[in-house]
Design a protein around this ligand. Structure first.
Ligand SMILES: Nc1nc2c(ncn2[C@@H]2O[C@H](COP(=O)(O)OP(=O)(O)OP(=O)(O)O)[C@@H](O)[C@H]2O)c(=O)[nH]1
Length: 385
């Protein structure tokens, strides 16, 4: 059997016959130049800010606590900063701020709030007059950047469910233009701001959060690389790695994301994971996987999985990777003629993912710090389907 080995980041399209492998050293990318492990850091924070009633608490409840969107109508106004610990494949915190927060109040400790690595998400109610919100956005950005120039700045143009497509685009263009003019006036013309059109009534809020969270995952290039290899060897058209709790996708292969495939994959999680949680085997908390790389890697027989054939000839495939993550793929139905090989490949992928996150745990780096700590160096050997 041929063996192919490589270390490139995008191995798509280079299909060797036989076994495909990437091999890199395990610890090198995590250790610092002097060979020491970095110190343990705090959880990355996502700060939700914006004017009163713009939808901050609703977003937090819908995305991280599975609250049905209609129930957000009854949420009380937030009067003090609420910190929500999210324990998942990476542990992070979501801070919900009261709308009336005053940066010039002496009790507002900007250094400790903006100082930690993470993202600032500013929410603008697109169904309301947004000039006051833009004013607040500019003050917030200026204040945050003064403390932490590396903070990721994200703007959610929110509640767009009530707007026509044309109006959405016009609103986004107007907000972007006004913001960049305003920032240029105060000498902040090189600031990178990311804009997202969101609503809690469809998948857009999950998509936006996926993009925000992905920036906080140092292992992202490795995960994308593993997904690319899995796709090109298993007849998979599109693959997502989802956080099961929030339905945020933390990585996908490098083919373009289309909303329809994302939505169908996201809905599939609800069906399979909910049913398996209610009726399935109650698995214990997983222990850390062994550190050695074995060549016998069957899929965990206890992990939930499901396959649905769609009317357009594609197949929807789900495999639970661990208690936090699920792999969901759209694949050609012919690929299932060699179902055993697909299962083998997914089993290898599952093991590689465990290793990616295990390296972080073993190295004493529980949370991501930056793209230079990419968690690279995981070995995967796949069969060609
Ligand atoms: N149409 C629509 N309404 C939304 C959306 N998100 C939130 N809302 C509504 O907006 C209202 C205010 O939401 P909250 O989440 O309480 O707003 P908040 O920003 O946390 O408010 P404060 O705590 O007062 O700062 C609620 O009635 C929500 O149902 C959305 O995407 N679309």
């Amino acid at each position: 059997m041929d063996i192919w080995q490589g270390t490139s980041h995008n191995n798509r399209g280079r299909n060797p016959s036989g076994i495909y492998a990437i091999m890199e050293s395990l610890q090198s990318s995590i250790m610092s130049a002097d060979g020491q492990l970095p110190s343990v850091r705090a959880r990355p924070r996502l700060l939700l800010m914006g004017l009163r009633r713009c939808g901050k608490s609703s977003i937090q409840k819908v995305v991280f606590h599975k609250m049905p969107p209609n129930e957000t109508l009854f949420l009380e106004s937030t009067s003090k900063i609420t910190k929500d610990n999210i324990n998942s494949f990476i542990d992070f915190q979501v801070w919900d701020f009261p709308g009336q927060i005053d940066f010039f109040d002496p009790t507002f400790d900007a250094d400790s709030i903006f100082g930690e690595i993470g993202a600032l998400i500013f929410i603008i109610d697109a169904q309301d007059d947004y000039l006051d919100a833009l004013q607040k956005l500019h003050v917030t950005i200026t204040r945050a950047l003064a403390v932490n120039p590396n903070i990721h700045l994200e703007v959610f143009i929110h509640k767009v469910d009530g707007l026509s497509d044309d109006y959405k685009i016009d609103t986004q263009r107007d907000i972007q233009q006004r913001t960049s003019d305003e920032l240029a006036d105060v000498g902040l013309d090189n600031v990178t701001l990311n804009f997202h059109l969101t609503s809690i009534y469809d998948h857009s809020i999950f998509e936006a959060f996926s993009k925000v969270i992905q920036k906080l995952i140092p292992q992202l290039p490795t995960l994308e690389n593993l997904l690319n290899i899995l796709c090109s060897n298993s007849g998979i058209e599109k693959a997502y790695l989802f956080d099961v709790l929030s339905k945020i996708y933390i990585a996908t292969d490098s083919s373009p994301v289309d909303m329809q495939s994302y939505e169908i994959c996201s809905d599939f999680i609800d069906v399979v994971i909910d049913v398996s949680t209610i009726y399935g085997y109650d698995r214990p908390t997983p222990s850390l996987p062994p550190t050695s790389t074995s060549t016998t890697t069957p899929t965990d027989p206890d992990s939930a999985g499901s396959i649905i054939k769609l009317s357009n000839g594609l197949v929807l495939y789900l495999r639970e990777i661990n208690r936090y993550l699920a792999l969901i793929c759209l694949m050609r139905s012919e690929a299932l003629d060699k179902h055993g090989l697909v299962e083998w490949n997914v089993g290898c992928f599952q093991k590689a993912i465990e290793e990616v996150f295990d390296i972080e745990k073993r190295s004493g780096v529980p949370t991501p710090g930056g793209p230079e700590e990419g968690g690279e160096g995981v070995r995967i050997e796949l069969a060609i389907v």
